[in-house]
Write a protein that binds this ligand. Sequence first.
Ligand code: NAD
Length: 498
Amino acid sequence: MPEPKHFKNYIGGAWVEAAGGERYENRNPADTEDLVSTQPSSDGRDVDAAVAAAREAFEGWRLVPAPERGLLIMKAAEILKARKEEISQMMTREMGKVIAETRGDTQEAIDCGMYAAGEGRRLFGRHTPVEMRNKFGMAIRRPVGVCGMITPWNFPIAIPSWKMFPALICGNTCVIKPATLTPASVANFMEVFEEAGFPPGVVNMVTGGGSSVGKAIIEHPDVNRVSFTGSVEIGNMLAGQCGALGKPFSAELGGKNAQIVMDDANLPLALDGVLWGAFGTTGQRCTATSRLILHEKIHDGFVEKLVARAKKLKVGNGLDESVDMGPAVSEDQLKTDLYYIEVGQKEDKAELVLGGKRLTGGAYDKGFFIEPTIFTGVKPGMRLEQEEIFGPVLSVIKVGSFEEAIRVQNDTAFGLSSSIYTENVNLAFKAIQDIEAGITYINGPTIGAEVHLPFGGVKGTGNGHREASWTVLDFYTEWKSVYVEFSGKLQRAQIDNQ
Ligand code: NAD
């Protein structure tokens, strides 16, 4: 078994123990005998120190030309690339998803860094004509200051990178609190920043609990804005707190994503799509396919093939390259999955056609493994169909028409990702037009976002912001309008020119 990583908080360019001196353990959900790391259990005092370092560093960092900031970010991306395998291996040990997927997670951070580095030579503002002669008008972006980042465990390095790289290219400094379950991946990320030569205080990490470290970041008067990805419950609570403090807050929350399969679809392709969408990352993606909406004409045959394929998925330790699905991230998540499976059977009275049980015996006893699970006979409005489970539990809903499929797809509190399989170009475009979601895939599964397109959702999935792409720059900058008078006289807009 590899040696555990023992690390400290990263504050002001140094690795420091938490003020309270407490530490906690981080264990592998596939094998709880495997201690992945130990790290500080921090509190508000550590956040104070990190914010002070970030505030001090901001004064220098904001003045570094953006292309130069971009070069440092590019260097960080290259170091991530060189360390990709080692970082991905630790990520699989830390949160369980299979190694091919943690390599993808690290790759997303590399891509995000390369994209953000290029932005250093854009960060476009606007020039526009003004009303008066010999006068110039433009709008420029300014950094906002110290940005707080609070992140979940399911994309341990990709999500921190989506937040930090854009914030940094814009000239901000950062204080990140990783999810309690995945601190080691973010510690690796800090090492990358350190090796790349980022000035002390530009990036800072404080590990520990949400109600201690997270709360302190939200409430700190010197944290100018906070970017959060996580559950609806916590996200909405924090949005209220930030609202009361007048602090801009970006929330990326839950999903209840559906894949629609029409009767004219390429069915083998749709089958590959749903297997990947529903059971990849053990169903623990915000964009995971948790609902499958099938046209009645293909329903029975499709379900039969789906169950046969899902039955063959190999569940196990994600470090084994032949494994298709890793464990649930924690005992709590496993309990949530099993709870919803019981709700599906007893309350919703849907038909359990595959799985439904915790896997036990042999190596399974050391971790939190669960069978890929499929319910059929799920009706719109059932709890299985409405509530986010965040596990490998797929609900199949039968519909009679395209219109009904869209109605079912849209009838949830969320709107993150969506997908439709059809060979009919008219239906594909109608779906793009009518589906209420931040992302729609045509003939692809609900997962697979790229870093240079806006990422986020509508309705309960968020609060209107988008991550990734050029759109995230609006969260990490403030616009300043600039008027330059070169007429040598007082010119009064809206008065002298009327
Ligand atoms: P979570 O809400 O439990 O935790 C997210 C983060 O908030 C963690 O770092 C946690 O420590 C912190 N936190 C908890 N209580 C806090 C408090 N009182 N004050 C401040 N911070 C606090 O979510 P999770 O279990 O880590 O992640 C799973 C959830 O994340 C799912 O609902 C999933 O849909 C969502 N998610 C959304 C996206 C997206 O982009 N829309 C992406 C990934 C995950």
